[in-house]
Every structure is written in C-alpha cells, then in structure tokens.
Design a protein around this ligand. Structure first.
Ligand SMILES: CC(C)(COP(=O)(O)OP(=O)(O)OC[C@H]1O[C@@H](n2cnc3c(N)ncnc32)[C@H](O)[C@@H]1OP(=O)(O)O)[C@@H](O)C(=O)NCCC(=O)NCCS
Length: 188
C-alpha cells in the first residue's frame, strides 16, 4: 500500500503536472471545495458520501488510519480529483473516482485507476470492485478498458440519501476471485 508520505505525479494531456497523495485530517476544506466545484451532472454521478464536516472528518480519519486508501489529485493546493479504495484491508476493496469538470477528458482517469489497482495488487487483494450508474456511459467504457467486468446490478444508497440502481463491476487480480460478500456501501 502507498505509505503516507508517497507522492505520485500524473500529467494532463497538455503536460500540466498534478500530485496524487493520501488525504489527511487537514484536507477537509480542500475536499469540500472539490465537491462544490463539480457540475450538477458530475455530482449526480459522483456523490460517494455527504460532505458535511462530520462525514468528511470520518473519511479523513479512516484515511489516516489506513482503513481506506483515500487519495486526492492536486493542482497546487487545489484538489481536482478524489479517488479511493474503500475497505483497503479487505480481500476485495471498493473503488471510486471523480474529477472536477475542467480536468475531465485529459487522460487522467486511466493512470488514477491503474494506481489504485496496483496498490490493491501489492497488498494482496484478490479483486477490486466498483459501482456505476446505468447512464454513465463514459465511466462504464473507461472501467471496461481498465479490466472491469459488469457482473450484476445492485441498489445503492447515494450521498444525498437516494437509492439508485447501479452496475456492479469487478476487476479480478487473481483468476476466479469471488466478488465481495459485503454490500457496496460507503464506510462513512
Ligand atoms: C468518469 C471520469 C472519472 C473519467 O475520467 P476522464 O479523465 O474524464 O476520462 P477520459 O475522458 O480520459 O475518458 C476515458 C475513456 O472513456 C471514453 N469516453 C469518453 N467519453 C465517452 C462517452 N460519452 N461514451 C463512451 N466512452 C467515452 C474515452 O474515449 C476514454 O477512453 P480512451 O482513453 O480509450 O479513448 C471523469 O469524467 C469524471 O470524473 N466524471 C464525473 C464523475 C463520474 O462520473 N465519476 C465516476 C462515477 S462511477
């Protein structure tokens, strides 16, 4: 698993260098600002949890404890991407990814997903799962390109309290790995 001090540089198509690193307790404002920057369509597709102070504090505490691998992608002090493996210590962690609108379509998502998958592989995870909404064609195509397979549909609770049907997808790191036994729910 990435250590707390690790930094990874990811580049936009135009060459701009962004830094990926673990989120810590002091990143609450950056994380809340990230959510505020999302357009309404992007937020409908990516609302992994509420962004009130208490929930954000719980998410950052789990990051510091290593219970989740919770990463931010930063352009200087501005957080432009939020991506994570929830339940990082389980056999099958749960992946999430979102970029603010101005940084979408820049080729960032694949290296971000690759980083998470490699971290899971290094930690001996058997597979990585995610869920994605039925009308999110871009994300669905992207996940298929990254080795995820749609294996069933699930009902999921969104960060705004609404239940929606989503596609559950799995990327197996070991042949024949079984899907996660637990529900696809947020840890916070
Ligand atoms: C989904 C998201 C993470 C993808 O990141 P991105 O950097 O914008 O991804 P890209 O634009 O590089 O596209 C990824 C792939 O999908 C393909 N794609 C783009 N738009 C598409 C569309 N409308 N339909 C199908 N495929 C599409 C691209 O061709 C690309 O594949 P390629 O690199 O082989 O050409 C990002 O757009 C995002 O944060 N969106 C809003 C939040 C969200 O939907 N999060 C995911 C929730 S499950």
């Amino acid at each position: 698993m990435m250590t707390f001090e690790d930094r990874r540089i990811l580049r936009c198509r135009d060459g701009l260098a962004l830094t990926a690193r673990r989120l810590r307790a002091g990143d609450a404002a950056a994380l809340q600002q990230f959510d505020r920057e999302l357009s309404a369509p992007s937020r409908r597709w990516f609302l992994p949890h509420p962004y009130d102070d208490a929930t954000v504090a719980r998410a950052l505490a789990r990051s510091e404890a290593g219970e989740d691998l919770t990463l931010g992608l930063f352009d200087g002090a501005r957080m432009v991407g939020y991506f994570f493996l929830w339940y990082a210590r389980r056999r099958v962690p749960l992946l999430g990814i979102g970029l603010v609108d101005g940084f979408q379509g820049q080729g960032l998502a694949k290296p971000m997903i690759r980083l998470l998958i490699e971290a899971a592989r290094e930690d001996g995870c058997e597979a990585v799962e995610l869920t994605t909404m039925l009308d999110n064609d871009r994300a669905f195509a992207l996940y298929q390109h990254c080795g995820f397979e749609h294996y069933k549909d699930v009902r999921n609770l969104q960060g705004n309290g609404e239940w929606v049907v989503e596609r559950a997808m799995i990327c197996r790191l070991r042949p024949g790995a079984a899907p996660m036994a637990e529900p696809h729910q947020p840890p916070v």
